[in-house]
Design a protein around this ligand. Structure first.
Ligand code: ADP
Length: 586
């Protein structure tokens, strides 16, 4: 809507501008024609204006008026006037007596001869008679031919006016020359009556209202003889600095642009009229072209705008999708971070809980392990003191022996703990497995005997050498045998100890016929201080120490339950090559 209004406004403005430009250009052309027309008219008049005055001074003309005319004198004057008129190229040349009657004329021999005619009513005559130079434009009353008249006084020796020389020049040829022009040219007299025009029908028509005075003045001089005057239906208007008029003649109205110039000497006004229809057509063409261009520009702009809008939309969509994606990623990341934090916290909690539990278990175990021997040692010491008082030194020494053994036990516990905390400095070696197993069986012998369970050993022949520390490996084996015996407490059966090579490893298994390891605690039994045994019977360090020892060797310690019951502990050792000669040095 707004755009349409804007377009209309632009079109109107362009129309106005284009019309003005066309009018301006037309006006400039009309001015040129006007100038040329005025120059031609003035030149025409000027060519003849001095002639009557010159002739008035001619002796022959003076003598003609000075003495009474004879018929012969008139005849010869007629001939002389005719010859002079032909030479000058004027229309008519004639001599008028002071009473207004024409005495001699160049057209004496024509039917419309002026000779004998009276021209008292003509201003050119009266002006000349009064001593001035007469000029007048009129339609010849005798000839019916338009012309410009000059009148000049003829004076005698004393300066008295004794006659008038009159000269008439025609305008038909000039007017005929205008016909081909693309303009309408009109010449009007002081009363606004057109007497020359490119269109003959406009002749003797008034451009100004024909008032009674104008008509009276015109009739007094009989300027247009008997011709009936009428007004030309002209309506004037102005558009800016352009003088426009519209003329309806014969039912057709036409618009003209007018330029005019007064010719003061002749009392004429020359008008040049330029038909505005072609000018307006030209302007309309410009407007049409502009509108077309505007339309094309608008369509182009619209298309471009649409394209830009589509592009912007696509970019916005992409941006939205991107933002959505980023938001999702951020959300996921936040979720993950949260989950991670949660996990960390839980882990930390678990670790903390585990630590506390381990600490709790350790405290319980340690206080039992230490308090119990301490209390015992105290009893032994008390009774030793009594025995010494009583002089029973031998028994007192026995007591002290008990105390010493208790101290040793506590020292052993301390050593045990130290083993957990500190890595032993035993260097890793390559050695055969069999002797270590034999040593371990020997060390565990007492414990196994007490429990009443035999150990069935089954080592594969040609086992490769293994890598590790034999002393610590022996400790691991003793530990496993001791646990197996504990597990089989009150049950029958043997402990089975086997070993075989598997790939680059040697796997030794210790199997018992106890209850096996419950799934719920399978992954905790290697934790330090984890024990299911009553306080005092286990520190929960055996498996933990064993596990760490095996890891130190680059091996492993695993637990599983045998399909037929009982736990199976696998000691995994790295193989280092075949045993050579059976034994290797420790
Ligand atoms: P402790 O023997 O002092 O309890 P360990 O670290 O040697 O400490 O053993 C930890 C726990 O592992 C034991 O309390 C027991 O519950 C379990 N366990 C160890 N060996 C066996 C086995 N052969 N059969 C069943 N359970 C076992």
């Amino acid at each position: 809507m707004l755009l349409a209004a804007l377009c209309l406004l632009v079109t109107l403005a362009v129309d106005r501008l284009a019309t003005r430009a066309a009018l301006r250009e037309g006006q400039a052309r009309a001015e040129v024609t006007l100038r040329q027309t005025v120059n031609a008219l003035e030149g025409h008049i000027r060519r003849f204006e001095a002639l009557p005055a010159l002739l008035a001074r001619d002796d022959e003309v003076r003598d003609f008026f000075a003495v009474p005319q004879t018929a012969a004198g008139i005849d010869s004057m007629n001939l002389w006037l005719k010859a002079t008129n032909d030479l000058a190229g004027s229309s008519d040349l004639y001599l008028i007596a002071p009473d207004g009657v024409t005495l001699a004329a160049s057209n004496f021999d024509r039917p419309d001869s002026f000779v004998g005619e009276s021209f008292t009513y003509r201003p050119y005559f009266t002006d000349a008679l009064a001593g001035g130079t007469g000029r007048f434009f009129a339609l010849g009353t005798t000839s019916g031919v338009r012309g410009y008249y000059f009148g000049s006084p003829v004076r005698d020796g004393s300066g008295r006016v004794i006659g008038v020389v009159a000269l008439k020049i025609g305008v038909d040829d000039l007017e005929a020359a205008w016909r081909s022009a693309e303009y309408e040219i009109l010449v009007s007299d002081p009363e606004g009556i057109v007497f020359m025009a490119t269109d003959p029908t406009w002749r003797y028509r008034g451009l100004l209202p024909l008032t009674a005075e104008r008509v009276a003045r015109t009739e007094a001089s009989r300027r247009y003889a008997e011709i009936a005057l009428a007004e030309l239906a002209v309506q004037r208007a102005s558009e800016g600095r352009f003088a426009l008029l519209s003329l309806s003649s014969g039912g057709v109205a036409r618009d003209y642009l007018e330029v005019e110039r007064a010719m003061p000497e002749a009392g004429w006004t020359v008008h040049v009229w330029l038909d505005t229809a072609p000018l307006r057509g030209q302007a309309r063409l410009t407007v049409a072209a502009t509108v077309l261009l505007l339309g094309v520009a608008l369509s182009l702009g619209w298309a471009l705008w649409q394209r830009r809008a589509r592009l912007a939309e696509r970019i916005a969509l992409q941006a939205a999708a991107q933002a959505d994606l980023e938001r999702q990623v951020a959300e996921r990341t936040a979720d993950l971070t949260r989950a991670n934090e949660e996990l960390h916290r839980m882990q930390a909690d678990l670790v903390q809980a585990g630590k506390l539990a381990a600490l709790g278990r350790m405290s319980a175990a340690l206080s039992h392990e230490i308090n119990q021997p301490l209390a015992a040692a105290r009893n032994w010491a008390d009774s030793a003191a009594l025995l010494i008082e009583r002089g029973e030194v031998a028994r007192a020494r026995e007591n002290i022996g008990q105390i010493l053994s208790l101290i040793d036990r506590m020292a052993a516990i301390a050593r045990h703990l130290r083993n957990v905390a500190r890595k032993p400095e035993e260097p890793l070696k390559v050695f055969p497995l069999a002797p270590v197993v034999a040593d371990a069986l020997q060390v565990a012998e007492t414990r196994l005997k007490a429990s009443g369970h035999a150990v069935q050993v089954d080592l594969a022949p040609d086992l490769p050498l293994v890598r590790g520390g034999p002393v610590r490996l022996q400790q691991v084996i003793v530990n496993l045998l001791s646990n197996a015996a504990d597990a089989m407490e009150g049950r029958a059966g043997e402990i089975e100890l086997g070993a075989r090579a598997e790939g680059g490893e040697v796997v030794m298994t210790v199997r018992d016929h106890g209850p096996g390891v419950a799934a719920a605690i399978a992954d905790r039994i290697f934790d330090p201080f984890f024990t299911t045994k009553t306080v005092g019977s286990g520190l929960g360090l055996g498996l933990s120490i064993s596990y760490n020892i095996m890891k130190d060797f680059g091996g492993d310690l695993r637990v599983a339950n045998h399909p037929e019951g009982g736990a199976v502990f696998s000691v995994v050792l790295m193989a280092a090559g075949r045993a050579e000669g059976g034994m290797a040095a420790e």
